[in-house]
Design a binder for this molecule. Structure first.
Ligand SMILES: Nc1nc2c(ncn2[C@@H]2O[C@H](COP(=O)(O)OP(=O)(O)OP(=O)(O)O)[C@@H](O)[C@H]2O)c(=O)[nH]1
Ligand SMILES: [Mg+2]
Length: 372
């Protein structure tokens, strides 16, 4: 770079002069005011300007550097554009799907964990209104959050409380000194005979003297099916093909504590067969009738069964085949709508094991953990 000094009257003049003489190659590096003697002791002030003039090589280097910088900036700009596009696409198609919104998300009355519990109930088939009612009874008002919140830390414990206020249970507490009779009625193939065998074993092992009478004399193999269970359990089995026979057998077995009556499966829509069954069971002393329904059945049909078999005087309901459903919410819905107490759950084909007394623990387990 070459250095030049010029004398001018103002900075503006320096700039103009520099530009006209050297173009873009020159830059003003510094300025200073100097006194210039004119005549004897007269003098005048001037601006001494130092100019740096780039020679051709410097200029070319400078120009190349600028060009490189410019290219680099353009490259960064285009990379940024790509990054922005990628980010946009990620937003549109998240790789991790958000978990489903709780159904009560917008309900400002409940805490988040209470809403989550409601969502769990709804996901296993509990109707929304019923889930809400149970939830209200599982909650207390929390003044800190100004909302209803689960009563206990544990949603399981809270749910048990909500269930106990909405669903009734019936423990079949039979007496050892008085004869009790339990008849199982219900649609075909729901598990009545299998459940009778399980119950007979359960009460026998509790010290009750038990026996079985079956009214199902016409279905091929029905008696043999029961016979195979009963002979293993070493208890009496009778077959009654008329109401008169039934009464006679009850008289013969009156020394027992519990007689279980197995009935033939009936369609809830077959009024004649239902009437026939009613005829068998009416006026049987100390009789308790339990409706047996399968949890794999459409809920509307379960409700129809409860209504039709209800005419026989049902005192409790047994839900079977819990091992075959992922929507146990029908238990809660049916019980809530019909007010019929639940007595037992069955959850498999194995006699005598796969049966449990209905408890709120059991129901909470079924609903929250999918198993008893
Ligand atoms: N998975 C499962 N199967 C069961 C359960 N209870 C009964 N079963 C099966 O359901 C089928 C019908 O059972 P049954 O006891 O004969 O039914 P039922 O109601 O007496 O039938 P009908 O007398 O013909 O009306 C059989 O294969 C049983 O093993 C249960 O809790 N879970
Ligand atoms: Mg049967």
């Amino acid at each position: 770079m070459k250095i030049k000094k010029i004398l001018v009257d103002s900075l503006q003049e320096a700039v103009e002069l520099t530009k006209s003489m050297y173009g873009d190659k020159a830059t003003i590096m510094s300025t200073k005011v100097v006194k210039i003697k004119k005549w004897f002791f007269f003098s005048t002030n001037k601006l001494e300007v130092t100019i740096g003039i780039a020679d051709n090589e410097d200029f070319q280097t400078h120009f190349n550097k600028e060009k490189e910088l410019y290219n680099e900036i353009e490259q960064i700009k285009s990379t940024l554009k790509d990054v922005v596009n990628v980010v946009k696409n990620v937003k549109q198609e998240p790789s991790i799907q958000p978990s489903p919104k709780p159904q009560y998300q917008d309900n400002e009355d409940f805490s988040l964990r209470a809403m989550n519990l409601a969502t769990k109930l709804i996901n296993v088939g509990v109707e929304q209104d019923i889930a809400k009612k149970i939830l209200e009874d599982s909650c207390g008002f929390d003044i800190n959050i100004n909302r209803l919140d689960l009563k206990y830390e544990d949603d399981y414990e809270s749910l048990k409380e909500g269930l106990s206020k909405n669903i009734s249970l019936k423990a079949l507490d039979f007496s050892k000194s008085v004869l009790s009779i339990l008849a199982l009625v219900g649609p075909t193939g729901v598990g009545k005979t299998t459940t009778i065998a399980k119950l007979a074993y359960m009460y026998k092992t509790q010290g009750f003297k038990t026996g079985v009478i079956t009214l199902d004399s016409y279905r091929t193999g029905a008696v043999q099916q029961l016979q195979s269970y009963v002979s293993l359990l070493e208890m009496p089995l009778r077959v009654a093909d008329t109401p008169q026979k039934l009464r006679e057998h009850i008289g013969e077995l009156s020394g027992l504590d519990i007689i279980f009556i197995d009935t033939a499966g009936r369609s809830q829509y077959d009024a004649i067969r239902l009437k026939e069954l009613k005829h068998y069971l009416e006026n049987v002393p100390s009789l308790e009738i339990a409706l047996t329904v399968s949890t794999t059945t459409d809920e509307r049909i379960i409700l129809d069964s409860a209504k039709k078999f209800g005419e026989l005087g049902i005192k409790s309901i047994i839900f079977t085949k819990l091992d075959e459903t992922v929507y146990p919410g029908c238990i809660v819905n049916t019980s809530f709508k019909t007010n019929i107490p639940i007595s037992f759950f069955t959850f498999g084909q194995k006699v005598p094991n796969d049966i449990e007394l209905a408890t709120y623990d059991n129901i909470a387990n079924i609903l929250l953990r999918g198993t008893l």
